[in-house]
Each structure stands twice: as C-alpha cells, then as structure tokens.
Design a protein around this ligand. Structure first.
Ligand code: ADP
Length: 382
C-alpha cells in the first residue's frame, strides 16, 4: 500500500504547530512550529505567512505536499459548541457556523479559523477536517455538564460545561486500557493532562463522566497562566472596585494568572530551579498547583466510586516526576501507592505504581496529532 499522510494543523493566536502523520503506522514524518505570529519584531506577519513558512519547513525536510500521499488536512478546533462534536469536513457552510461560535472561545477559535482559511486556500484539492477539543465530552452526564445557574439563561446562551483537551483524554484513556491489556469498557480511569493548559477527567468504561474544564478552558486546575477555579465574585469585584474592564479581567485570568501569576514563571523546569534556590513565591505557586490537583483527584475517586487506573500525560505529567510524587503522596488508604524508583525513571508508556497498589498509576505520552489524523480518516471512510 502506498503511504498516506495527514497534515495536522494546530493554529493558535501566536503560534502554528504542524505535523505530517502516517495514521496507519502512527509515525510522524515531519513536524514543527512557527512562532511569534504577528509580533512586531517577527518576520511572520500573519497566519498566511505562518502556513507558508510551515510549508517551506516541510519542503526543507524533503516533504513535498503535492507528492507525498497527502489525503487530508486535520485542523484542531478548540470549541465545537453544542453542534459540532464529530470530526467534520470543512466547507463554507461549516466555516460560517464555526465563525458564529467564536464568542464561546474568543481566544482560541478565531486563530484556528484563520489557519483553516489559509490552509484551504493553499491546499484547495485536499479535504480539510475539523476535530474539536470539546468532542469527547459532548455526552458528559447532565449532572456534570450543567452549571447551577438560571436555566433559561443558560439555555439561551448555550452555557454548559463543555470540557477541553478531549482528544488527549480520549487517546490516553484508550492507551491506558491497551497498556493494561483490558477492554476500555471494563476500566474506570482518571486522566491528568498536565501541560501549559491542564485538565483532569474521569472516564468510566470509556465514557467521560467528569472533566475539570467548563464553558471555556479556564475552569479547573491551576495552569501555566490560567487561574483555574475561582469564585466568580472576584470578576465583579475587580470590575466594580478596581475598575478593570471585562477584557482586562479575562486577560488577567487567562494570561497573567496560574503559576505565572503567582511566581512570574510558567515553565515547570525553571519553577523547580527557583524553588531550589529558595524562592518563596515559586514554592507557593507549586503548592497551590499541587493542592488543586490533589483536590480533583479526590473528587474523581468519589465520582467514579471504583477506580482502576490513573494516568499522567502532557509536558508536566510525562516529565515531572516530582509533580507526580507530590500529587499522589499519602494516598495509600485511597488505594494509590507510587513506586518512587519507577516514578523517577524510564520514558514512554510505563507503570509507576507499586505492584501492591490497588489503583494502577501510569505515565502515557499523549499524541493529539495522531488521534486527529485517525479521526480524519474516519470521516473520509478510509
Ligand atoms: P502545551 O499545553 O503548550 O502543549 P506541554 O504539554 O508541552 O504544553 O507542557 C508544557 C509544560 O511541560 C511546561 O510547563 C514545561 O515546563 C513542562 N515540561 C516539559 N518538559 C519537562 C521536563 N523534562 N520536566 C519538567 N517539566 C517539563
């Protein structure tokens, strides 16, 4: 069989990540990122320039998009609203509907749409498919998806808990079952996706029953630059008392909060160095991050009732053994016992709990690009 490849594009406001994936073998043939889009000092003026640069980088890698077996372009779209939860082939009508969803995800969907527009222009003969970060959580139980606010208002404005990082939670929960050699339907699991954005999910027999993000990717865990859970009263208090505007408050909660807001640093490697050199603010930021994470783990153990496996994934989850150790310390009575040697060694998918731990703890590298590429093929029926 000749090789078939999918180009996966993740277009954010200031960066565009791309990867050329073989969905059959799972091998990534080329990947890269174009950064600083639209910044004053950057040669990459806009998303059009960014995608052209990405194509140049692919060509430098010897990948000719016109002649490499490209069968689809998969676009990561953060918010699918109520309507979009299956991978969806993009045409003018779908794009129009997605544009109308932008107010639900003003920071995330517009740059994705810019990426889609440019990619369709540059690759007009290839099917373009949107894969939604909210999709996996579309069927969250109503009790988990519903905010306890005025019902008519919530319905009128499509306010619910949507959840994000769904591609990753779905992929990792599938891989965890595979790792254990069990069917997805037979395991209850907790997935902790800890990257710059961070979220947790509880998955019962393959179906998500809880997740930490909500209407937007702001709710839940403490993140690199996002506050996670916060009393909504803070919003009106700042508006009324500090005279901050809505956009400024939103920007503060999304970009100047989290670990960055507390310690002036969002990268966990540098945060660790700061803690080791006695920086009290860095230590507090780390402690707040860990405390919130432990609170969610406890909550999800209760939601599931019985848990078989807990998996860590994404940059921090896969690489920061201290975070994993501190997140699970002292949970033996809850059935979780790490093997500290396993936890601090190894790479790839691996077990880090002790043999006697009732709940198995795994590290599972996420691979959102591969999951998106496979979703694309499913739409094309190939
Ligand atoms: P994104 O959400 O941007 O995809 P990633 O999943 O790449 O983010 O995660 C980024 C985070 O992972 C950063 O805080 C970074 O410090 C952390 N990280 C990456 N590698 C390591 C490592 N070896 N040790 C500790 N933290 C790491």
């Amino acid at each position: 069989m000749t090789e078939r490849l999918v180009l996966v594009i993740n277009s954010g406001s200031s960066s565009l990540k791309f990867q050329l994936v073989d969905p059959d073998s799972g091998v990534s043939r080329a990947s890269g990122v174009v950064e600083q889009i639209g910044e004053a000092s950057s040669p990459v003026a806009d998303h059009d320039a960014a995608l052209r640069r990405a194509f140049e980088l692919l060509a430098d890698d010897g990948m000719d998009l016109a002649d490499c077996g490209l069968v689809a372009v998969g676009h990561r779209v953060v918010h699918g609203g109520n309507r979009f939860y299956r991978p969806t082939r993009l045409d003018d009508d779908v794009i129009e509907q997605l544009t109308q969803l932008s107010p639900l995800a003003p920071l995330h969907n517009p740059p994705a749409l810019q990426g889609i527009e440019v990619a369709r222009k540059l690759l007009p003969d290839i099917p373009h498919i949107a894969v939604f970060d909210t999709a996996f959580f579309h069927h969250l139980p109503a009790a988990a998806a519903t905010y306890a606010i005025e019902r008519e208002l919530a319905e009128a404005w499509q306010i619910r808990r949507y959840g994000f990082h769904g591609t990753s939670h779905e992929y990792v929960s599938g891989q965890a079952a595979l790792f254990l050699g069990r069917t997805l339907a037979s395991v209850n699991q907790i997935v902790l996706h800890l990257g710059n954005g961070a979220s947790a999910s509880a998955v019962a027999g393959g179906r998500p029953v809880e997740t930490s993000m909500g209407l937007t990717p702001l709710e839940g865990l403490v993140m690199g630059t996002r506050s996670g859970d916060i009393d909504p009263g803070v919003f009106s208090y700042l508006w009324r008392t500090a005279k901050m505007g809505v956009d400024d408050i939103e920007s503060m909660l999304n970009r100047r909060s989290g670990v960055q807001g507390l310690a002036g640093e969002r990268d966990f490697r540098r945060l660790r160095t700061m803690i080791e050199s006695g920086d009290a603010a860095a230590k507090l930021a780390y402690d707040v991050f860990i405390h919130r994470l432990r609170k969610y783990i406890g909550a999800y153990l209760a939601v599931l009732g019985h848990t078989d496996v807990l998996s860590f994934t994404a940059g921090i989850g896969e690489h920061d053994s201290a975070v994993r150790r501190d997140a699970l310390a002292g949970m033996e009575e809850l059935g979780i016992e790490l093997d500290l040697e396993r936890n601090s060694a190894g790479s790839g998918s691996r077990r880090i709990s002790s043999d006697g731990s009732r709940i198995t703890v795994l590290v599972i590298p996420t691979n959102e690009e591969l999951a998106i590429a496979r979703d694309c093929l499913s739409v094309l029926g190939r």
